[in-house]
Write a protein that binds this ligand. Structure first.
Ligand code: MG
Length: 261
């Protein structure tokens, strides 16, 4: 696949940076969206490119997802050399043996009550499904019919807002997510950039929460939005297949710069 020239030019420039961080949303970016979240897998070409990039000198790869870390490890199949941020910047796997997320008793109580509310709403709205995470819960609407999904969205927003405080709402594509952590994917990018000492960052993603990551990109970084919808990203591609091609191209360009090291 040939990339559009402005994107290819930006990638060529980024490939020459001192320390490169390649940060990637998972679902809808390196993996196509599927009805059953547990069945999501990276496209083979994307998985290969991630492995190759992670093995290059002065180059780090990170997955930055809304999934809980455990779920991200399960579906991504990436090696220990790939950094992970889960729960929209709320959880990290920066190194093996790093301490897990710790929440206060009050926060755990709110997470439990939030789960009760979402399960009640799901029980009243066929096709909707609750995904539980360490710091919150998400109500997935993708498998409900349109009318049910809209009603579930209104009901869950109203109930969470009225019955709980200290909750961050993260509406996404076909999902209503709530968390006791206010972290965003923008926080994840800042923390990862600092952790690896990156002088240049690549980020791609397809959902509304990825805009928080695009917002913190700096001059010389490259942001790529996947699919339709308003975005702050300067570049756009149509699908995860196209992202796999972009990553393959980045392997080639970066390999030419640091290959001998
Ligand atoms: Mg996504």
């Amino acid at each position: 696949m040939t990339l559009e020239r402005p994107l290819d030019t930006a990638l060529s420039r980024l490939a020459g940076t001192g320390v490169l961080l390649v940060a990637l949303d998972f679902d809808g970016n390196v993996s196509p969206h599927v009805d059953d979240p547990a069945g999501a897998r990276p496209l083979p070409e994307a998985a290969r490119a991630i492995e190759q990039l992670a093995s290059l000198a002065r180059t780090s790869v990170a997955l930055v997802s809304g999934r809980a870390i455990d779920s991200l490890v399960e579906v991504s199949g990436v090696g220990d050399d790939v950094l992970l941020s889960g729960s929209h910047g709320g959880e990290y796997r920066m190194e093996v043996g790093a301490p897990p997320l710790s929440l206060s008793d009050e926060e755990l109580e709110v997470v439990a009550r939030l789960g009760d509310i979402l399960r009640e709403v799901a029980a009243q709205h066929p096709g909707t499904e609750v995904e539980s995470k360490p710091a919150g819960h998400a109500l997935h609407l993708r498998n409900a019919d349109a009318e049910t999904a809209i009603d579930a969205q209104h009901v869950v927003r109203r109930r969470v807002l009225n019955e709980l405080s200290g909750i961050t709402a993260r509406p996404g594509k076909d999902v209503e997510e709530f968390s006791v952590l206010a972290a965003t994917k923008g926080d994840a990018i800042a923390r990862l950039r600092d952790h690896v000492g990156a002088t240049g960052v690549f980020y791609s993603g397809d959902d509304l929460t990825d805009e928080d990551a695009f917002r913190v990109l700096l001059d010389g970084d490259v942001g790529v939005k996947v699919g339709a919808g308003d975005t702050l990203a300067p570049f756009r591609v149509p699908s995860p297949d196209a992202i796999a091609a972009v990553l393959t191209r980045l392997v080639e360009l970066r390999g030419a710069v640091v290959g001998g090291e």
